[in-house]
Design a binder for this molecule. Sequence first.
Ligand code: FPP
Length: 271
Amino acid sequence: MNNEDRTSQQQSPQDKERQDILRSRGEIPRHIAVIMDGNGRWAKSRGSVRIAGHKAGVDSVKDITEASAQIGVQHLTLYAFSMENWGRPKGEISALMKLLVQSLRSETRKLHENDIRLSSIGDIDRLPPTCRRELVEAIELTSDNKRMDLCLALSYSGRWDICQAVNRISQKVKDGLLCPEDINNETISEHLATADIPDPDLIVRTSGEFRLSNFLLWQSAYSELYVTNTYWPDFRREELYEAIESYQNRERRFGKVHSHLELEEPSVAMR
Ligand code: FPP
C-alpha cells in the first residue's frame, strides 16, 4: 500500500487546515455519492456548446476526487452516465465517451500513485469497446488500492440495478440455492451492483434539481441529501466542505428515536 499523498504536493496550507477543522468538528461521511448535473446549462450560460460543459466538469471530478481522498472519504461514487443518457444525441454521447477515455488515460496513473481504487457500477457492456477496455484496465491496475474507492456509475440506473438483482435472486431460487421466504433486505443489497460498498451517507446533487434521477434508488433509503444551485463545472472542494458541514449538522435517526439509537451497536443502527 502506498500511503504517500502525492495529491497534496500543491495543497495550500489553508486547504489543509480547512480539512483538519472539518475532520475535528464531526464525522466525515464514509460514502459520498454525487449527481453531477448542470454541465449543459453551465456551457449555455457562457454561450458555449454542451461538450464544453462536460470538459469543464472533468476538472471538478479531479478536484472533488482529490479533496475527498485527502479528507478521508472512503467511497466516492460519481453518476457519470445514466442509462437514460443513451437517449441523448449521438454526437454528445460519443463526445462524452471520448472524454471518459481521455480522462482514464490521463488520470489512472495519478489515481494509482495515490492508492485510489477505481471501480464502476452499471451496464458497462453497452460502452464502446475502447472505453470499456480502458475502464477495465484501470480497474484492474488499481484493484489492490486501499485509500479510497472511486466508483463511476456508467450506463447505470437504479431500476436497472434492482432488476438485475431480482433476476439473479430468481435464478438462485430456480436453481434451488435460495428459498423465497429467506429473501430479505440483505439478500437484495448483496445482489446489487453496489454489493461491496456501504450505502451512501450523503448524496450531493448540483444545479438545483430536487430529484434522484434513477440513481442508487435502493441504496439511498437513509442517505442525507444535499442540493446546491451550483452547476457541476463550478462545484469545487470548498462546496464539498460545505456539503460535509451540512451533513455533520444533521441528526441521523434511521427511522428510530435518538435515545434508542444510542443503546444499539453502531453497525446495527447504520443498516
Ligand atoms: C450532467 O449534466 C452531466 C453528465 C450527464 C455527464 C457528466 C460527465 C462528466 C463530468 C465528464 C466525464 C466524467 C468523468 C468521470 C471523467 P447535463 O448535461 O445533464 O447538464 P444540463 O442538465 O445542464 O443539461
